[in-house]
Design a protein around this ligand. Structure first.
Ligand code: ADP
Ligand code: ASP
Ligand code: MG
Length: 457
């Protein structure tokens, strides 16, 4: 059994879904379970509708919902042909009626809660998974739609719900495994789940990768394939550096660091379930299916390059917490971190001195209130428009002089924070967002002009 996950661009229109069907057809002997994202940009537009309805713009929200309905009908019509589409039309129609109803309700209340946000966002994956399952069936593939909300059980931290593995695994064994054993291809939406009480949840943006890994681990898959729109994990985001190279093999640890610090190609939590069961993860390109992609595995092979890749995370706020008193007395850091916890602001990078603590977090609307809270115990300054650059490689552990090499290339760049050591495989620093692209390009040129052919393509 294998899990194959297809991201938003891989199911963005009829042509893309047709390609998915062909790729899955080629893997039937491996008994695939298919996980799909919402069609490209659909989650963004659903959230925009929810927001509009919450702000009282009910008409605007319903107009966006109509455009979404048309896009899905058009795709389904193209994939299924008239006769089959007529059969399927009613099923999609019911979902769109439900969405309209929900938006009207939000509009009437004039407020959107995280719980209703999730109910709105979940339509993307609900719809795409139904369309893909129907497209499979119309192409002679034994596709069978499974509502992921009945399998992925989470807590009720809406918009970032935490999977409850025992219950989820039990459900997967009961609902999905028998289908695979009967020769079916289950088709499931990523990203969505539900609480034990049956309330719809989502597990965080980009979370379909994580869903695929959860399903793979719960079903003891032989491998997990993440199909996307690039040839694999690359030495940096190819949108930043068109000459980025494909990484042929990378370790779970390296991949996790890269995705945590901005390599969007993989959701940061994806590798956790895979590590626990030692299931290899592959990143593959649905637009170039014969390419070998990237294999993510427990052990990475020896590599002559110091670094495997450079990740970049923008939209970062730097928060400096300082006090004239001697700070690092017992319990002081605790009180600072507790404030972050109370405001649910996740910390990326930390550095401390005798009188100050600097912390970075993704820029978000909770930061002003957090800063006001921290101001009760210290002087607080915060500044947005920063970026985190992270260089990752297991060789970093035992090669001297790496930091010197990196920063000698960036002599003219203002570095706001530096961190190395926590995981021993990353060198991370914070710069101005405006410098970010240039910095990544320079580093990429310096460290990847020549690459180890065993590890990079
Ligand atoms: P999907 O919709 O398939 O989940 P995403 O858009 O979430 O795809 O992720 C794929 C994108 O990740 C690529 O198009 C690429 O621009 C970006 N990306 C960022 N860093 C990397 C990297 N190191 N290697 C490959 N892709 C990367
Ligand atoms: N559709 C969701 C998102 O856009 C989940 C995913 O694509 O992984 O965040
Ligand atoms: Mg993604």
């Amino acid at each position: 059994m294998i899990v194959m996950k297809f991201g938003g661009t891989s199911v963005q229109d009829a042509k893309a879904i047709d390609r998915v069907a062909q790729i899955v057809q080629g893997r039937l002997a491996d008994r695939p379970v298919v996980v799909v994202s919402a069609m490209a940009k659909v989650t963004d537009s659903l959230l925009a509708m929810g927001r509009a309805a919450g702000n009282g713009d009910r008409k605007g929200a319903l107009k966006m919902a109509r455009a979404l309905r048309e896009r899905h009908y058009e795709t389904a019509g193209e994939l299924l042909g008239t006769a089959l589409f007529t059969e399927f039309h009613g099923e999609l129609g019911t979902d769109f009626e439900d969405l309209d109803e929900l938006l009207r309700g939000i509009g009437a209340v004039g407020e959107i809660t995280p719980r209703t946000y999730d109910s709105v966002a979940a339509f993307g994956e609900m719809l795409s998974s139904k369309i893909v399952a129907a497209a499979f069936a119309s192409r002679g593939l034994p596709g069978e739609h499974v509502d992921s909300r009945q399998c992925l059980i989470t807590d009720s931290s809406y918009t970032r719900a935490v999977p409850q593995f025992d219950e989820t695994n039990e459900r997967l064994q009961k609902r999905v495994k028998p289908l695979v054993e009967a020769g079916k291809v289950p088709v499931m939406g990523g990203f969505i789940g539900s609480t034990r009480a049956g309330v719809t949840t989502t597990i965080g943006r980009g979370g379909s990768d994580f869903s695929a890994a959860i399903f793979g681990a719960g079903l003891d898959a032989a491998r997990i394939e993440i199909w996307t729109d690039v040839d694999g994990m690359m030495t940096t985001d190819p949108r930043l550096c068109p000459d980025a190279r494909r990484i042929k093999v990378i370790s779970f640890d390296e991949a996790a660091e890269l995705s945590y610090f901005g390599a969007k190609v993989l959701h940061p939590a994806t590798v956790l379930p895979a590590i626990q069961k030692n299931i290899p993860v592959y990143v593959l390109n649905s637009h170039n299916p014969t390419c070998e992609g990237t294999k993510i595995t427990a052990q990475s092979p020896p590599c002559t390059n110091i670094f495997k890749a450079i990740a970049l995370k923008k939209k970062i706020t730097l928060i400096d917490v300082a006090t004239p008193r001697r700070l690092l007395v017992h319990g002081y850091l605790k009180s600072i971190f507790e404030a972050f916890d109370r405001h649910q602001v996740a910390i990326d990078v930390v550095s401390t001195s005798e009188v100050a603590v600097s912390v970075t977090a993704e820029t978000n609307e909770a930061i002003p209130a957090l800063a006001a809270d921290l101001a009760k115990i210290a002087d607080v300054k915060y500044e947005g428009r920063k970026a985190i650059v992270c260089l990752v490689g297991e060789k970093l552990r035992d090669t001297p002089g790496n930091a010197a090499k990196v920063f000698s290339i960036l002599k003219d760049v203002k570095i706001r924070m530096i961190s190395q050591g926590a995981s021993e495989i990353n060198l991370t620093f914070v710069i101005e967002e405006d410098d970010a692209t240039e910095v990544v390009r320079r580093l990429h040129q310096a460290f990847f002009a020549e690459v180890d052919p065993e590890v990079f393509a």
